[in-house]
Design a protein. Structure first.
Length: 367
């Protein structure tokens, strides 16, 4: 049975039960024997258990300026219920918190643990969250980079193989990663949502017989499209307002949907509109490397498709392959190899900085 009275909730942390009073005491003492991740957790819980009906969360800033939002704690618990029921998470099962508690994705891992009575294991937000986790995990939430890194280390991959339910959010999951995830016996999902929807409102199964290209919304969520084909979300349990997103989508007769990309990631090159995310997906099919498609200003085309690569490759061969799978207006007019693809704090690609970086690199070339 789930617990929605915050005053009655208890945190089970690595098998030990903490009451709200004990958490307040730990925060007040400033215990030096706590890890930084545990300290962040207890500071969050102190705010969770106070009398305020809402809590401040931060947006990632991947598509604009980061901002603070005040979100309702009761609605956060409803979001937690939806996920726990969908994944059939049971009291006493173990969950892992391995993301930054500034963001809603990490906060919701904690809230799900409180509502469903899960045993929470805490690790710092890092690229290798399973490096020293030996417990049997029933629920884990990661960003794509964490999953990718984990799969590269045999010992960590073996631990991931024992996870019952893995949800991946905070960025697109490319086809190469999806293919690698097919070997996992547990259920793996890509999530769709945003800070305003208090984490995800839809899940897409990535492996097993139920694998799909479509996201399936929770039953309480109603979706529609704007005249510009951007997704409109009505999710009254988690968000008071109807949300007009900037995500170009396609909705299918069964209510499922796919995301084609963001409206502000449409590149208008010579009058032809190109969706950056769609190009990235196709380019990933021929090259295993971190990459992002962006654009720079161009006098003739208006915008020139530009490819940033986070890995050294044979550019002549790559251009030949690109011309084979892409139409002339889709082919990158510029390719830049960079040390790293710019990201924001939670692992998402920072598209604004990618565009700035591309402009700067190509300006330097012309000097």
């Amino acid at each position: 049975m789930m617990e929605f009275d915050r005053h009655k909730q208890r945190l089970c942390l690595e098998g030990k039960i903490y009451t709200p009073e004990e958490i307040y005491q730990l925060v007040g003492e400033g215990r030096g024997d706590l890890s930084s991740a545990q300290t962040d957790l207890f500071l969050f819980l102190a705010k969770w258990f106070d009398d305020a009906p809402s809590i401040i969360v931060h947006t990632s800033g991947s598509t604009g300026e980061p901002k603070e939002l005040s979100v309702c704690k009761d609605r956060m618990m409803q979001s937690a219920r939806l996920t726990c029921e969908y994944l059939d998470l049971q009291k006493g099962e173990t969950a892992l918190l391995c993301m930054n508690l500034r963001y809603i994705g990490a906060m919701m891992v904690v809230v799900r643990s409180l509502v469903a009575g899960l045993n929470l294991i805490v690790r710092p937000a890092s690229g290798h969250p399973l490096v020293d986790v030996e417990e049997q995990l029933q629920f884990v939430a990661m960003v794509p980079l964490q999953v990718y890194n984990t799969l590269q280390v045999p010992e960590e991959k073996e631990r991931l193989m024992r996870v019952g339910n893995l949800i991946i959010g905070g960025g697109a999951v490319d086809e190469a990663l999806v293919s690698a995830l097919n070997a996992l016996p547990g259920a793996v999902y890509s999530t769709y949502g945003m800070t305003e929807t208090l984490s995800h409102i839809a899940l897409r199964r990535l492996n097993g017989e139920s694998a799909s290209d479509h996201y399936h919304p929770f039953s309480s969520v109603n979706l529609s499209l704007s005249p510009e084909s951007t997704l409109i979300i009505e999710a009254p349990l988690v968000c008071e307002e109807v949300l007009q997103t900037n995500d170009v989508a396609r909705i299918f007769p069964d209510g499922s949907f796919t995301i084609l990309g963001r409206a502000d990631n449409v590149i208008n090159t010579g009058g032809i509109k190109v969706q950056a995310e769609e190009l990235e997906k196709r380019i990933h099919s021929i090259i295993d490397a971190p990459l992002v498609v962006t654009s720079i200003a161009d006098e003739r085309l208006g915008q020139a498709v530009t490819l940033l690569l986070g890995k050294q490759v044979d550019l002549v061969m790559l251009e030949q392959e690109l011309s084979r799978i892409l139409s002339p207006y889709e082919c990158p007019k510029h390719i830049c190899v960079v040390d790293a693809i710019p990201q924001v704090g939670n692992g998402k690609v920072d598209r604004m900085q990618c565009r700035v970086l591309a402009e700067r690199l190509l300006l330097d070339r012309e000097k």
